[in-house]
Design a protein around this ligand. Structure first.
Ligand SMILES: Cc1cc2nc3c(=O)[nH]c(=O)nc-3n(C[C@H](O)[C@H](O)[C@H](O)COP(=O)(O)OP(=O)(O)OC[C@H]3O[C@@H](n4cnc5c(N)ncnc54)[C@H](O)[C@@H]3O)c2cc1C
Length: 390
């Protein structure tokens, strides 16, 4: 995006992309399960930036230059239509990430952008007269007036050594599911609940949305979004904390208790375990009833208030011990990277090395799952492309 925008903005610039892999855009290829979740449905900027646990302030500025609607238009202009799914994620109509890759490659070819693959950058040096020397691992040294580093996120701090004149915020995973090894719900793996409220005990983090029970714990949008917001604090807790779940988030404890007590007169003869309430999946309801020690064959008129209190607690304030995390579908999204305090917020130029720019996930910016990380890459790439040839 940066190279194309620069080529379109500064027609006499000579632009080279250096890529260590055999092909460019490998993450695009595997993204979104091979479909590439290109961006998220355009919305008011105030709401859109709420999807960035880190980098909100920077993107509030930059999205004015290139937002989700601009992304949609950019691809449309180059022959790629995007479609929106019910949850707001946007994909190419073809449902194939190859469409996105082809679009970039075709445009780059047309603009005579030089792409050198299997080319590993080891280091760079700069001086005010000659610009940059970019040193490759094969010993070769290239000259450039300006340099953009868009190397993506690195999971290890040491991988940033070659840009270490900049402050680096230690990278941490920011998209993961919760492991709950002693969870009585694990046999229900595969059961999902459309709307729950998940909170992390002792923190401000909470998220409402769908939740999936897995073989090892909890996943689904509510958990993945919490993992992004809490990434740094949860790493500090070495992924050991209590998560609390309200399975009926529209109701509070008292309302749930009153409802359950009401069933004693409304449906006195009904078997408790076999008639799930509140739209809870029947297997999950049965697990709650077992956990509350509702005896098999028990009917509502017979159930004690003590048991109803236990059911109320389970439904509104279930507590699970989280011990560890699991990467979500091989998506190694990291938070951390080049500190935004070292960057000019208007241009993305380094405040320490004039002529050097940063874009994409290498910056300490990350979004929650749903297309926001690519939008960060497109936006910051575009902004650098508009600036770098000045
Ligand atoms: C499996 C997976 C699925 C994802 N799905 C989505 C999704 O659907 N939607 C979404 O918004 N986000 C998704 N993400 C996140 C998204 O892919 C990244 O946020 C985005 O690719 C970041 O773009 P970037 O250009 O900053 O970095 P990258 O896409 O990581 O590109 C950086 C490039 O720099 C190259 N490079 C690194 N170091 C050097 C070096 N020293 N010399 C030469 N080249 C170098 C790398 O090989 C790489 O090609 C996904 C991530 C993963 C891992």
């Amino acid at each position: 995006m940066a190279a194309i925008t620069a080529a379109e903005t500064f027609s006499d610039a000579s632009i080279t992309i250096l890529e260590k892999n055999k092909t460019v855009l490998n993450k695009v290829r595997i993204s979104g399960g091979g479909r590439c979740n290109v961006t998220h449905k355009p919305s008011d900027l105030r709401f859109f930036i709420k999807n960035y646990p880190r980098g909100e302030k920077l993107l509030r500025k930059l999205l004015h230059n290139f937002d989700a609607q601009a992304t949609v238009d950019w691809f449309e202009k180059r022959g790629v239509s995007l479609k929106t799914e019910v949850d707001g994620r946007m994909f190419p109509v073809s449902d194939s990430s190859h469409t996105i890759i082809e679009c970039f490659l075709k445009t780059a070819r047309k603009l005579n952008i030089n792409i050198r693959t299997s080319t590993v950058v080891k280091s760079y040096s700069s001086n005010s007269e000659n610009g940059f020397s970019v040193n490759l691992d094969n010993g070769e040294s290239l000259q450039a007036d300006k340099l953009l580093i868009a190397t993506g996120g690195y999971p290890k701090l040491s991988s940033f050594d070659w840009i270490s004149e900049h402050d680096i915020v230690t990278p941490q995973p920011s998209l993961f599911t919760f492991n709950t090894p002693n969870n009585y719900l694990l046999p229900l793996a595969g059961v999902s609940v459309q709307d729950v409220l998940v909170k992390i005990n002792g923190t401000k983090y909470e998220w409402r949305g769908p939740l999936l029970i897995t073989h090892w714990g909890f996943s689904g949008p509510a958990v993945l979004k919490l993992s992004a917001w809490g990434a740094r604090d949860l790493a500090e807790k070495t992924y050991q904390f209590i998560c609390k779940i309200n399975w009926v988030p529209d109701l509070n404890e008292q309302q749930v208790r009153e409802f359950l007590i009401g069933e004693k007169t409304k449906t006195p003869k009904q078997l408790i375990t076999s008639h799930a309430k509140f739209g809870i999946p029947s297997r999950l309801w049965k697990a709650f009833a077992d956990q509350a020690e509702v005896s098999e064959g028990s009917i509502w008129s017979e159930v004690s208030h003590k048991i109803l209190n236990r059911m109320t607690e389970l439904l509104t304030n279930s507590q699970f011990e989280v011990n560890g995390k699991t990467t979500f579908k091989e998506e190694f999204v990291t938070c951390g990277g080049v500190s935004l305090s070292d960057i000019n917020y208007e241009t993305l130029e380094s405040l320490k090395t004039p002529g050097l720019f940063f874009a994409g996930e290498v910056l300490d910016v990350d979004g929650i799952t749903g297309g926001f990380n690519f939008q960060n890459a497109w936006t910051t790439g575009y902004v650098v492309g508009k600036e770098i040839g000045k």
